[in-house]
Design a protein around this ligand. Structure first.
Ligand code: GLA
Length: 440
């Protein structure tokens, strides 16, 4: 059996990658890329390159504030993010979503920040945010108007990317809004072409800018408004095809669904819509099931924990969507759980797949760079339930012993052979890191 010795000087991580013995079968846990084929055998330096290419983390204004935003708000958010040490947990981008700009462009095509809410423009806000250890992100659309009816970038991509870069923005969310612009039947190639135009402008004028694609399935014709069938009728392959172009045009993350809401039902619907997308994910390439709703609406503590854990193992970008200025203790504990975030930020950059699904208990598993496995056991039922995580379902070798750590209890549970049984509360998760006990 071939073993790869991985040496990562920065993380002083020395790990064995026993992919053969790990036996997460190709069918269950696909390789990073649709085109990479076969099992992943990463050499040390290649894995080291993935540092800095893990899922983007940050905050976005839309879920909590919609277009009710201002320079003052973003600065308060930056102060709060620093105060709560969100930078130390890994959060980096503070993204201003729709509503920061005027409805009209200047005669020369330039975008204008609304002077009533951003009186000194965007540049001082970017500077303020950077001084507190974060980077500013901004929003536009490949249409004349954004979804909330403000000016978009269609036909002015180069000018706008240069403006964003000059102001100091490091992230751009580009959100396709066909209904607002009365063009819901636009051919796929035209939609993709519009994203390519921004990707090319970024390459030319702002190569460090993170390109966040938000087409929500329009180009792939799987968007709710274009189809008569319900989401569950869409095959995994159709889903994959719908987003297969995103990476090639320069996207680092791409929204895979319509908008999230702070309800358990919507979070579960979005979870189901991730089925089959894992092969598209890899270093610097992430399926985006939308910004987090942790701390919003009436989600319970269990639901917040489940939502966060699932997004972590799905390799989702972790974009907080709550009001950071006052974070309840329980919510702060969830969004700063470093052990769970470590599953998300793992250098292998593999997205979890669902390996079992019975009676409302679903098990998701994610292979990790050092040979460990991340496991998230979800209970969708309205009652607490017993759940068994069986090695054979994970594709792990029969008879092997694995140490199991509970990442919410922050507790080592001991060593287990072939399976582990637990109880999962209603609408909650149990999240594990499993490490193989080396054979004597
Ligand atoms: C769409 C996007 C949201 C948000 C709004 C802004 O609905 O999906 O995430 O950006 O537009 O108008």
């Amino acid at each position: 059996m071939a073993l790869n010795l991985v040496k990562l000087s920065t993380l002083s991580l020395v790990a064995l990658l026993p992919w053969v013995s790990l036996q997460l079968t190709a069918a269950q846990l696909p390789a990073n890329r649709a085109d990479s084929g076969g099992d992943l055998q990463l050499a040390g330096p290649e894995l080291a390159k993935n540092a800095g290419q893990t899922p983007p983390m940050g905050w976005n204004s839309w879920n909590a504030f919609k277009s009710d935003i201002s320079a003052r708000l973003i600065e308060e958010i930056a102060d709060a993010a620093k105060r709560y040490k969100l930078d130390e947990a890994g959060y980096k981008f503070l993204v201003i979503d729709d509503g920061w700009q005027l409805r009209e462009l200047r005669a020369n095509g330039e975008m204008v920040a609304n002077p009533e809410i951003f009186p000194h423009g965007i540049a001082p806000v970017a500077q303020y945010v950077r001084q507190r250890g974060f980077e500013l992100g901004i929003y536009s659309s490949p249409n004349t108007l954004t979804c909330a009816g403000f000016a978009g970038s269609l036909g002015h991509e180069g000018v706008h990317v240069r403006q964003f870069a000059d102001w100091g923005c490091r992230f751009v969310k580009y959100d396709y809004c066909p209904v607002r612009n009365d063009e819901p039947g636009l051919p796929s190639d035209d939609i993709i072409g519009r994203y390519r135009a921004l990707g090319d402008a970024i390459k030319t004028h702002a190569p460090g800018m993170l390109f966040s694609i938000c087409d929500k399935g329009w180009a792939g014709r799987i968007n709710k408004r274009q189809r008569s069938m319900n989401a569950s009728a869409i095959t995994s392959q159709q889903r994959r095809q719908a987003f297969a172009w995103c990476r090639e045009v320069g996207g680092v993350m791409w929204r895979t669904t319509g908008d999230i809401k702070p309800t358990w039902q919507r979070i579960m619907e979005i979870l189901d819509e991730q089925e089959g997308l894992a092969p598209l994910a890899g270093p610097n390439a992430f399926n985006d099931p939308d910004m987090l709703e942790v701390g919003n609406g009436n989600l319970t503590e269990a639901e917040n924990r489940a939502h966060f854990s699932l997004w972590c193992v799905l390799n989702a970008p972790l974009m907080l969507g709550n009001d950071l200025r006052k974070i309840p203790e329980g919510v702060l504990k969830i969004i700063t759980n470093k052990e769970v975030i470590a599953l998300n930020q793992d250098l292998l950059c593999r997205q979890a797949v669902r390996v079992t699904d019975a009676n409302g208990i679903q098990v998701f598993a994610k292979p990790l760079a050092n040979g460990d496995v991340g496991v998230c056991v979800l209970n969708r039922a309205n009652t607490n339930q017993a759940a068994t995580v069986a090695w054979d379902k994970l594709g792990l070798e029969k008879g092997t012993t694995w140490r199991v750590r509970d990442l919410w209890a922050h507790q080592d549970l001991g060593a287990f052979t072939n399976q582990i049984t637990t109880t999962v509360s209603s609408h909650d998760v149990v999240t594990y890191r499993m490490s193989r006990v080396t054979k004597k």
